[in-house]
Design a protein around this ligand. Structure first.
Ligand SMILES: [Zn+2]
Length: 177
């Protein structure tokens, strides 16, 4: 589950606020039921008619329950909405481990980790060669060369992730590394 999606969460809140309003307006416009005046009549009745204590408690409990129910329902809708492959956030590729987040169908913030000790790795470059990217772990001395430029590497990793998703192969890699 991708919980880091701020924009989706915002959308989610707007939907939970807007949906009752829109539903009310549709009923108001397309049916004989006058939502606004009915609500207003209800408010006036509650304000002027003394109601028994048990009914007041029941109304409050019911209202709180309805709000919680609505929030849970929207949360459930939101979770159903998250694509299955968003749980795929790790891969061993080109001899190192990669981790990333999903946003808008693409991978973001990929980081490179040491396959031996999980220390974060950084690209280094030989200045005298073009396909020069390599890395070395400062914690355990693991090292490897990529034989490509940084630009190529920045394309190869998301490409491989998307290929695994497209073919469904990612499911086999989910628990494996
Ligand atoms: Zn290491």
């Amino acid at each position: 589950m991708a919980k880091k999606e701020g924009s989706t969460k915002k959308k989610w809140w707007w939907t939970s606020l807007l949906l009752p309003v829109v539903a009310g307006l549709i009923v108001e416009v397309f049916s004989d039921v006058e939502v606004l005046s009915t609500l207003w009549g209800l408010v006036k009745t509650i304000g002027t008619t003394p109601i028994p204590l048990w009914l007041a408690i029941l109304l409050v409990v019911g209202a709180v329950g309805a709000v919680f129910g609505w929030v849970w329902f929207m949360r459930w809708l939101h979770e159903v909405d998250v694509p299955e492959h968003y749980s795929f956030t790790k891969l061993r590729f080109l001899d190192v481990d990669w981790e990333w987040e999903w946003r808008g169908g693409g991978i973001v913030n990929p980081i490179m980790l040491c396959p031996m000790c999980s220390n974060q790795l950084y690209l280094k470059a030989d200045t005298n060669r073009e396909y020069n990217q390599w890395t070395k772990c400062e914690n355990c001395d693991f090292g490897t060369g990529f034989g490509m430029t940084a630009e190529e590497l920045a394309i190869r990793v998301p490409n491989e992730v998307q290929r695994l998703v497209r073919t469904g192969e990612y499911k086999k890699r989910l628990g494996s590394n």
